[in-house]
Design a protein around this ligand. Sequence first.
Ligand code: SF4
Length: 289
Amino acid sequence: MRYRGLVIRPPSEAGSYILQVTYGCSHNACTFCPTYTGVFFAPRDLDEISEDIEQASRLIPGTRRVFLADGNALCLPCDSLESILHELSDAFPGLERVGIYANARDINEKSEDELRRLAGLGLGIVYLGLESGDDRVLARVRKKDGCEEMIGAVRKLKHCSIATSVIVLLGLGGREGSRDHAVKSAQAVSRMDPEYMSALTLMVVPGTPLYREQEAGEFELPDQLGLLEELRLFLQGCELSQCTFRTNHASNYLPLKGVLSRDKEGLIKMIDSAIQRPELLRPEYMRGL
Ligand code: SF4
């Protein structure tokens, strides 16, 4: 159970055993992302991974959930992932779900047969950062994949019985592009129809290319009210069949949770209340990445 560098996981994997199977992110170029700055991407040695699993099976034998880190571990070849999943199910008899981060290309480069095999071995959820449904925003922030590729990837996973959790990044369109970012992101997730979705709020971190753009006056983040209005517009446009939506990430001003097909109007009312009473919002000093 050894870790190298900064290891991140989605909020919903807080109780999971985190197993590092790669170091960094194979793309590592998004202008807003500080997570793996200076980290050289590499797959982790499979023998080392086996040693960690063996140790974890003695220390935390009741493990039910495992999250495979780092940034886009689904880029590993299918045979490596199959061997890791086999070892995990042997080590943890009560294992219920394995989660992983992925870029759309990692999914689209695998065949449906491969994805079904991974699902059969316990891969239950893939976390994918859509960030924005606006291709102009995606290109500007140097996201690896375009919107259509990401929609296709989520649909492919659904077809292969793997759930998806899609992440949208509020504020990424900037003040001028906020409306298009909200509307197009809602259109994209409605076409994806994922099982889970979360919104994070952009924090512009010193040292990132986006920070330098902001310093040069080339990017302006919407203010708090603008971000809430963006979230409202986004939610209004979402038409999803059965999706659990959360804004429980520490970057957000307003924590929300609900099933959109049932709770959308209630969530929008909560946003309206927060717009009227900003004292209900998470204070700036309590926000984090
Ligand atoms: S793909 Fe994800 S982890 Fe990699 S640079 Fe972009 S935001 Fe960061």
